[in-house]
Design a protein around this ligand. Structure first.
Ligand SMILES: [Zn+2]
Length: 220
């Protein structure tokens, strides 16, 4: 089984992905993890990738594709997170699986209104005491005393990364990069969108259940 997860930063993609892996016994494969692993093992691909990363550049498609394909050869069923990121990668993956007479089971696309992501992410607060680093969420997991860390009593702050302007920018980049992939998988007939509205009544459990239903249907 090959599941691809799509979702903006802050959509809960990581959490839902973990639940899917647990239920269907899939290996969670993120390109970040693969890069780190290859670099640590000092493989040829790892060395090449490291050159780009340490110079602050993106790792070119052909290196990323080779790494992912190597991993797919070793593994059984996987959930892909962060790959493919480009049409070129998506087409390579399709070709690679076709050669093994396999195909992507489903592309699960988590769709959340921007305002919800902004609310959810900007409600994240961290302890200003770097040695503590406890995190809270003013909506979902509030500290006992507003603005104060439960653990050490220091002030809680919003990280620069979690400020609404920064989140908006990050979302725009995500949408721009992901639109072509969404069209690609729509055409392939395997795109499955789950609409989430965390402020009405969609819980993490609802979303997970919907994802399970999609997979069950796709497996038939
Ligand atoms: Zn603290």
């Amino acid at each position: 089984m090959y599941i691809i997860m799509l979702g903006a930063p802050g959509s809960g993609k990581g959490t839902i992905g973990k639940e899917i892996c647990k239920k269907y016994n899939l290996t969670h494969l993120s390109t970040g993890d693969i890069f780190r692993d290859e670099i640590k093992r000092d493989t040829d691909l790892g060395k090449k990738a490291n050159e780009y990363i340490s110079n602050g550049n993106l790792v070119p498609d052909d290196i990323t594709i080779s790494m992912v394909e190597d991993k797919l050869m070793e593994l059984g069923d996987v959930l892909l997170d962060g790959f493919p990121r480009t049409i070129n990668q998506a087409e390579s993956l399709k070709k690679f699986l076709n050669q093994k007479e396999k195909s992507v089971t489903a592309v699960i696309n988590l769709c959340i209104p921007d305002e919800d992501i902004i609310k959810r992410t900007s409600s994240r607060v961290i302890c200003s005491n770097k040695e503590c680093g406890a995190t809270f969420n003013t909506i979902f997991m509030p500290p006992k005393v507003e603005g104060i860390c439960d653990v050490c009593g220091s002030k809680l702050i919003v990280r620069d990364d979690d400020k609404p302007e920064t989140i908006k920018e990050r979302l725009n980049v995500y949408y721009k990069n992901t639109e072509p992939l969404i069209s690609f998988y729509k055409k392939e007939g395997i795109l499955e969108t789950i609409d989430i509205d965390i402020y009405s009544n969609t819980t993490k459990e609802d979303t997970t259940e919907k994802a399970f239903q999609i997979i069950e249907r796709r497996l038939k």
